[in-house]
Each structure stands twice: as C-alpha cells, then as structure tokens.
Design a binder for this molecule. Structure first.
Ligand code: PMP
Length: 388
C-alpha cells in the first residue's frame, strides 16, 4: 500500500483519534453514551459557529444536503433570492433555490474575482428579496468573500443571509451572531475534520422565524426541519428520540474532533489556518506560479489555487505530484478548469504538510521541464512561516 498525503480541498487528512472514533463499537442511537456524544456535539457546534443563539442541525449527508436542506426549508415558491456568485458552488446553490421555486437573481464576477459591494447593493435595491446566499469560500476558485460586509449590507434591506461555509467553517474567521448571519452550513470533511458524511447547519432565530411562517409544506421530506428540530432539541436535552437513524460512528468522530477544535480554541485555529495559508501562497509565488484569486485579499485561507506555469501539462503535473507522495486536486471552475490546480490546507494541517506538498510540487515541476530555482518555494514558505 502506498502512503500519500491528502492535500485536496476536502476530504482532508484526519486526526488519528477522530479516525479511531469511527472504530468504536456502534451503539444504539438511543444509548445514553450516544445521546451524550450527540447532545454535547450540538452544544459545541454553537461555539465553533460562534452562534450562542443558533439552532444546530446535523444530518447524515454531504455538504450538498446541507445546501438542499437550507433551500427546502427557507424557500417557498415565488420567493425572491439573491445569489452572490463566486463560482461553481454558488451556481449549485442557485440551482437548488430554483428547484424549490425561488426566483433567483445573481450578481456575478469573472472567475477569481468576487462581486463588489456596490453591485450587491444595487441588486438589493432593485427588488425585494427574502434571502441572500453567499459562498464564504468558493472551493472552485479559492475566492474568499467578505461575508461580514455583505451581511451588514443585506441587513439594511431586511434580507435573510445564508452562508455556504462548507470550505470555511472552523478554518476562516466567521462569527455567525456578531455578523448577523441567519444560516450557516458546512460539511464534516473539511475544516471540521471528520470523514465525509455529515451535513451541519446552524439556524439563526430569523431563519427559524421565516420557517415557522411558511404557508406551504417543505418540498423535501427527509430535509424538512419539522421532522428534525424536535430530534436535535431532544438530543440536547439528553433525551432519546428518533426520526431517521443518525450516523452513530460519524457522530462519535464529530464529538472527538469538536473536542480537539475547542481545545485549540477558535482564535488559535483561525490564526493557524492564516499562517499555513500564507506559507503555502508564499511558496507558490516564489516558484513563479500565479494564483486564481485576482487579488491577494480575495484569497481564501483554507486552500490555494495556483495556475499552471506555461508549458506545464496539468494531468502530467498532478500525476508527478502523486508519484512524489502528495494528492492534489485539479481545477473545477468550468471556465478555467484546465488552467489551475488546488491545494487544500485545512483541519489538522501543519506547516510540515505544506512543506512536503511544496517539495512534491517542486519535484513535479522539475519533471515537467519547468525552469526555476530548486528549493525556492520551500525557502519562501519557511520564511513566511517564521515571520508570522
Ligand atoms: N459548497 C462548497 C463551498 C464546497 O466546497 C462543497 C464541496 N467541495 C460543497 C458546497 C458541496 O459539498 P459536498 O461535496 O460535501 O456535497
């Protein structure tokens, strides 16, 4: 068996103790040890999302289910929604909202850029929207949006703010209550640090109010909050309850990961992601590779999206990186898919992981015939790290 380092933007490398939790004996979902693990995890999620007023909801499924769940429960046919589009995952959210009958308006930007606040403001002025959806980090481009400012703007128009935080929660700074966000969602396999399979939502009081005011049924049976809210509340009250069988071992793994996340502390975790990201981006820059985000301040801290240098063939390069022991991801945004690759650095990631990755990238670039000063990426990353 060949050991490789998984440095894609999810799933990521997981902590051994988290993985060991998956191997704990599976209990009944009504067992007191499971009720305690689930109840405690729900409580701790409020700390991770920085949302003391939020209602946590954890479902078996991927991030797309979390998006689907938000759309199904917040949208009634004919509602108007504004999508701040930064790429592939914003497109997906728009499609989901339309599926539930929303009339969707989009503010867009070229790949690597993000819609400006003025553009979002004019869109908000142009119509009466029920909700605004924004992708905090669009994993297809590595673009980070200014969620805090967008939410402050949307609040002036009384619009619900829904954040796709799949590639940001527990890796980027995000203060749900302080920033007035109404719903933030994520998935387990990224900065939350648990293997794929959990959809996590934090529902704020205004989003819950909008849900309770619905006059039409939720058009998705599994995702309907009517079914799940009593279950989440029961687990938090440490009472047994059932709607659909929860993924017992994934919840054990979540319990372990949340414990680790909070032991590190949110501020420490966010600054670690920042320092790791700076080191990675400094290394990539020193190698002479451009990045997809068109301005440094648009760059996310959970992944880096370098463009291939001229003359380097993407699939050949990625195969060589793999051969050197690191798995990276190719491009995803349909307009520029073949022009760049992606390095995920979130969750339990360390400087050592980034250095190994840059080393493998240097080895692959050499193999592809690219001319650069060997070791320059590694040196720049170490310098950036030491300056943190
Ligand atoms: N939104 C974003 C920003 C993502 O990065 C992803 C997954 N890469 C998703 C949504 C969808 O999540 P999943 O693949 O777990 O369904």
């Amino acid at each position: 068996m060949k050991r490789t380092l998984l440095m894609i933007p999810g799933p990521v490398e997981f902590e051994p103790k988290v993985l060991a939790s998956l191997g704990e004996p599976t209990t009944s979902h009504l067992d007191s040890s499971f009720i305690e693990a689930f109840g405690r995890s729900l409580e701790q999620l409020r700390q991770v999302f920085e949302s003391p007023t939020g209602q946590p909801l954890v479902l078996a499924g991927s991030g797309t289910l979390a998006m689907d769940c938000a759309g199904a429960n917040l949208v009634e046919p004919g509602d108007k929604a504004l999508v701040v589009n930064t790429g592939y995952f914003s497109e997906r959210f728009a499609t989901i909202l339309q599926r539930y009958g929303a009339q969707v308006t989009q503010v867009t930007a070229p790949p690597g850029s993000r819609p400006c606040l003025d553009g979002i403001k004019s869109a908000l002025e142009s119509d009466s929207f029920k909700l605004l959806v924004v992708t905090h980090v669009d994993t297809s481009t590595g673009v980070l949006t200014n969620v805090q400012k967008i939410a402050a703007l949307a609040k002036r128009y009384g619009v619900l703010v829904v954040v796709d935080g799949v590639c940001s929660v527990a890796g980027e700074e995000l203060k749900m209550d302080a920033w007035n966000l109404d719903l933030v969602l994520t998935a387990s396999q990224k900065a939350i640090g648990v293997p794929p399979g959990l959809a996590l939502l934090m529902i704020g009081p205004h989003a819950l109010e909008a849900f309770h005011k619905r006059t039409t049924p939720v058009l998705n049976y599994y995702a309907d909050w009517t079914n799940w809210l009593p279950i989440m509340q029961a687990y938090e009250a440490r009472k047994p309850s059932y709607f659909g069988t929860p993924p017992v071992n994934l919840i054990f793994a979540l319990r372990t990961s949340l414990w680790q996340i909070l032991a590190e502390g949110m501020a420490g975790r966010i600054s670690r992601h920042l320092a790791i990201s700076r080191a990675c981006k400094a290394g990539i820059h020193a190698l002479g590779l451009a990045q997809v985000p068109s301005q440094p301040q648009f760059g996310a801290h959970t992944l880096t999206a370098p463009r291939y240098p001229q003359g380097v063939n993407g699939p050949d390069f990625l195969a060589r990186v793999h051969q050197a022991g690191v798995t990276l991801a190719g491009g995803l945004h349909p307009e520029i898919r073949g022009e760049y690759f992606r390095i995920g650095h979130m969750g339990a990631v360390t400087l050592a992981d980034v250095l190994v990755t840059l080393g493998a990238i240097e080895t692959a670039l050499t193999g592809c015939g690219y001319i650069f000063s060997p070791g320059s990426g590694l040196a720049a990353a170490q310098k950036a790290w030491s300056e943190k």
